[in-house]
Write a protein that binds this ligand. Structure first.
Ligand SMILES: NC(=O)c1ccc[n+]([C@@H]2O[C@H](COP(=O)([O-])OP(=O)(O)OC[C@H]3O[C@@H](n4cnc5c(N)ncnc54)[C@H](OP(=O)(O)O)[C@@H]3O)[C@@H](O)[C@H]2O)c1
Length: 271
């Protein structure tokens, strides 16, 4: 019997998740169909009920549903609880269990695909929106020397630093207040690239050997990565690896087997 899964979002037609999950399914010999389904925010709850009744076994959620989905879950994994956002729904007898695989996907991409150690390093996260919330706990768990969280204004970084203070030390600040600081890893967790922009940052932020990482991929990653090359980053990487790694985590939560991500990432780069 074919198992049904889907990513729900708005817009969602551009999503590469159906391609990723069909490659995973072929790799492990699973019979499944994974679709991208456009759902308006006000129709999320009723759509989940209807799709479950139609036989769907699990979902990924993308913008704008990740935060709203928390209230629809019967239980939450700690990653989703700390992030205040859900990107994976797993069906249990009592209802939906929400998890968040975004942060662990980033850390796996950094460690396993890019060979970057976070322990003892100086890390800067740009942006304090939903994606930043999702990656803070797994980044802090790697024990960086320091984690600085910066935004266009101080309020959201301060709010997140307070929310996560039990999990590690986060220094909140504005982008402009970074002047004089240096980092080994700078993660762009803003959506500026979707508007053809990079966050406005002071010069001199990259330490020797530093990596610039953009959670975005494709055209949306170009402005930040271009800026980073010019600003002295020794290496740059987009977020396609994170996308594949977070998908593999979701796949494992649903099906109990973790597909190999390397060949899938290579196939996506060829598309
Ligand atoms: N690779 C993956 O698997 C993956 C997973 C999740 C997300 N993402 C990507 O990560 C990005 C952020 O997602 P999100 O869910 O956090 O979005 P969000 O909640 O809407 O937050 C957007 C963030 O970007 C900042 N921002 C927007 N325009 C900016 C600009 N021109 N200059 C500087 N900062 C700007 C916002 O700052 P203000 O607070 O000042 O408005 C906010 O901090 C998106 O582009 C998304 O596609 C990738």
């Amino acid at each position: 019997m074919t198992s049904l899964y889907a990513v729900l979002g708005q817009p969602v037609a551009h999503s590469r998740s159906p391609r990723i999950h069909s490659l995973f399914a072929a790799q492990v010999g699973a019979q499944l169909r994974y679709e991208a389904i456009e759902v308006a925010p006000e129709r999320l709850a009723e759509t989940l009920t209807a799709l479950y009744a139609a036989g769907y076994a699990g979902f990924n959620l993308t913008l704008p549903h990740k935060t709203a989905a928390v209230a629809l879950c019967e239980s939450l994994g700690t990653r989703a609880e700390h992030a205040g956002a859900v990107n994976t729904l797993i069906r249990t007898p009592g209802g939906w269990r929400g998890d968040n695989t975004d942060g662990v996907g980033l850390v796996r991409d950094l460690r396993h695909n890019l060979g970057v150690a976070i322990a003892g390093r100086r890390v800067l996260v740009l942006g304090a929106g939903g994606a930043a919330r999702g990656i803070l706990e797994p980044l802090l768990a790697e024990r960086p020397q320091e984690l600085v969280l910066s935004g266009r204004n101080p309020w959201k970084p301060e709010e997140l630093a307070t929310a996560f203070k039990a999990l590690g030390n986060i220094r909140p600040c504005t982008h402009l207040a970074l002047k004089g600081d240096q980092f080994d890893l700078i993660v762009n967790a803003t959506s500026a690239g979707h508007h053809g922009q990079a966050p406005r940052l002071p010069p001199g932020l990259f330490a020797a050997g530093a990596l610039a990482y953009d959670l975005n991929y494709g055209k949306a990653a170009a402005p930040f990565l271009e800026w980073a090359r010019g600003a002295g980053a020794e290496r740059v990487a987009d977020g396609l690896g994170m996308l594949v790694e977070q998908a593999a985590e979701s796949f494992q939560l649903w099906r109990g087997v973790r597909p190999e991500t390397g060949p899938v990432l290579a196939a996506l780069r060829q598309d």
